[in-house]
Design a protein around this ligand. Structure first.
Ligand SMILES: [Zn+2]
Length: 336
């Protein structure tokens, strides 16, 4: 094994991670000629690239979010389909993060690198499950890359929300969720737990919910808060985290404020948002899942893109593998 062998063909640049034999970037932070996009969140799918390659669902998300900025030319590639790009072979595999999310598998000169993008291992009724790909180089995120981060079972957190709704029938339950991915997953988890009443939405959630439903993800009856005649006592309302403390919520009936996020493990974060009912529901791996995934890929070398790089690189060393912090800029820890 020659040291630094991967760096000759796959490396970080100011625009983002670049694959030289394929002449493309993965989730670039700046406008580039050719981009492969792992998923539709705004810190990974930026506007203005010339050519964009992604799953059909990610392209649909990008068109909804970015309009004409979604890429001058767009190429949809389904999971498992291998394309030759320049001298590299590229295959997208499910990442289990949000609808359409993909790991980018790149094969070149007998080596296989996997760029995970954001990912999780738990079942999510709104997207295809993470598919483990063994590889020589695994490039991982580390949003929750500290041993303190352990996400609760989703069913337990949904149960806590439904118990609170049953206990406080005279109050509205206002739940902060990221509008793309977490919102639809929370709705699907509620439906799976037997909650079949209409779920009320802040207007910012409507576009992504409509898109998910048009792509075949059933979400049940949804209503807009702006069209409610009453104060929604006893109902569940979903809004962006930024709207939790807005004037907007004053029309609701003495709201119980909740927030569904992996960050709700941290008390200070819950306080910062004035959250009474923190729900630890995340679309990223927690620490045990991150460590297990690194082991299962069998990769001898692991690069860490963003999040808690130091702790993860230390852990990789303890596992007898080579770790490196890429320190890529532009990824936001809060987008989850
Ligand atoms: Zn994401």
């Amino acid at each position: 094994m020659t040291p630094d062998r991967f760096e000759t063909w796959l490396y970080p640049t100011p625009s983002g991670l670049y694959c030289a034999p394929g002449d493309f970037f993965i989730d670039p932070g700046r406008v580039v000629g050719r981009a492969i996009i792992s998923h539709g969140h705004s810190d990974h799918a930026r506007p203005g690239h010339d050519a964009v390659l992604a799953t059909p669902e990610t392209l649909a998300v990008m068109r909804m979010r970015l309009g004409d900025g979604a890429g001058y030319s767009q190429q949809a590639v389904g999971y498992g389909e291998t394309l030759r790009i320049g001298d590299a072979d590229v295959t997208l595999r499910p990442a289990g993060h949000i609808l359409g999310s993909a790991q980018v598998v790149i094969e070149y000169a007998g080596q296989r690198a996997v760029v995970s993008g954001d990912y999780k291992r738990r079942a999510d009724p709104t997207c295809a499950p993470f598919e483990l790909v063994t590889c020589d180089l695994f490039i991982t995120e580390a949003t929750f890359g500290l041993p303190v981060f352990r996400h609760e079972p989703d069913a337990r957190e949904i149960g806590r929300l439904l118990d609170s709704v049953a206990a406080f029938r005279e109050r509205t339950h206002l739940v902060g969720v990221y509008s793309l991915g977490k919102c639809q997953r929370l709705i699907a988890l509620l439906r799976g737990a037997g909650y079949d009443k209409p779920i009320w939405l802040h207007g910012a959630m409507q576009g992504a919910c409509d898109l998910y439903q048009s792509l075949g993800v059933a979400l049940g009856p949804l209503e807009l808060v702006s069209e409610a005649r009453e104060s929604l006592a006893g109902e569940i309302v979903l809004c962006p985290p930024s709207a939790l403390k807005d004037r907007w919520s004053r029309r609701l009936a003495d709201p119980v404020t909740a927030f569904a996020s992996g960050w709700m493990r941290v008390r200070g974060r819950a306080r910062q948002y004035g959250v009474e009912l923190p729900l630890v529901i995340s679309d990223h791996v927690d620490w045990p899942e991150l460590v297990a995934t690194i082991a299962e890929t069998n990769a001898g070398e692991i690069w860490v893109t963003h999040g808690r790089e130091d702790a993860v690189v230390h852990q990789i060393g303890l596992m007898g593998r080579k770790g490196r912090a890429l320190a890529l800029v532009g990824y936001e820890e809060d987008v989850e």
